[in-house]
Design a protein around this ligand. Structure first.
Ligand code: 5SP
Length: 221
């Protein structure tokens, strides 16, 4: 099943609880939470307190994307705040294997994210351990950017690797995903689609999510 993960980065933060409830009612599969530290990426956003608040208003899995340097320092706090999937950047930790084991030690699903220019090879010796791989299709830091088309072959290559190994690891794509390009991204092999501005910028969340799921399920190119 193809999944839609609205990124709350594009939500109205003055009504965050209502926004999260609204996308849950509209058919979202995950709530995607973008944590930024002003160092790994040039923006500062959300900490564990907000994750804990979101946890109280939804039953959906919380997909927490840590765009922070040295993420080991905060994994415990995000786990306690109620994250279900914790995603770290391969570029942000010196010891990726240790970081992934740390996430799992809290009973959470472990994901690794790669920036657009980072090679899939850095996953060669960790892929079997992962519940999710998040491929960034914009340079991380901000919502509302354009999808980088050069990332499509990378999505295809990862799909091929996962299938060859028979892994159930979810392939999530994040950045510039819209109704207009979701079929192409699904065709390349993605399972989970993060959508910030496409969902929260629309006037009808349910219609947008339904249309995105339809186009992802039956890609007409
Ligand atoms: O992690 C990020 C940005 O760094 C993303 O999750 C964006 O928030 C997605 O926003 P859109 O590109 O869908 O508007």
């Amino acid at each position: 099943m193809k999944k839609i993960a609205p990124s709350i980065l594009s939500a109205d933060f003055s009504r965050l609880g209502d926004e999260v409830r609204a996308v849950e009612a509209a058919g979202a599969d995950y709530i995607h939470i973008d944590v930024m530290d002003g160092s790994f990426v040039p923006n500062i956003t959300i900490g564990p307190l907000v994750v804990e608040a979101v946890r109280r208003v939804t039953r959906l899995p919380l997909d927490v994307h840590l765009m922070i340097d040295a993420p080991d320092r905060y994994i415990g706090e995000f786990a306690k705040a109620g994250a279900d999937i914790i995603v770290v950047h391969a570029e942000a930790t010196n010891h990726l294997h240790r970081t992934v084991q740390l996430i799992k030690s809290f009973g959470k699903k472990a994901g690794v994210s790669l920036n657009p220019a980072t090679s899939l090879h850095c996953l060669d010796h960790i892929l079997d351990e992962l519940d999710l791989v998040l491929l960034m299709t914009v340079n991380p830091g901000f919502g509302g950017q354009s999808f980088i088309d050069a990332c499509l072959p990378k999505i295809q290559a990862l799909r091929g690797l996962l299938d060859k190994k028979g892994l159930e690891t979810e392939l999530e794509v994040d950045g510039g995903v819209k109704e207009a390009n979701i079929a192409q991204i699904a065709h390349a092999g993605a399972d989970v689609f993060v959508a910030g501005s496409a969902v929260f910028g629309s006037s009808d969340y349910a219609a947008t999510i339904a249309e995105m799921k339809l186009r992802a399920k039956e890609p007409v190119l």
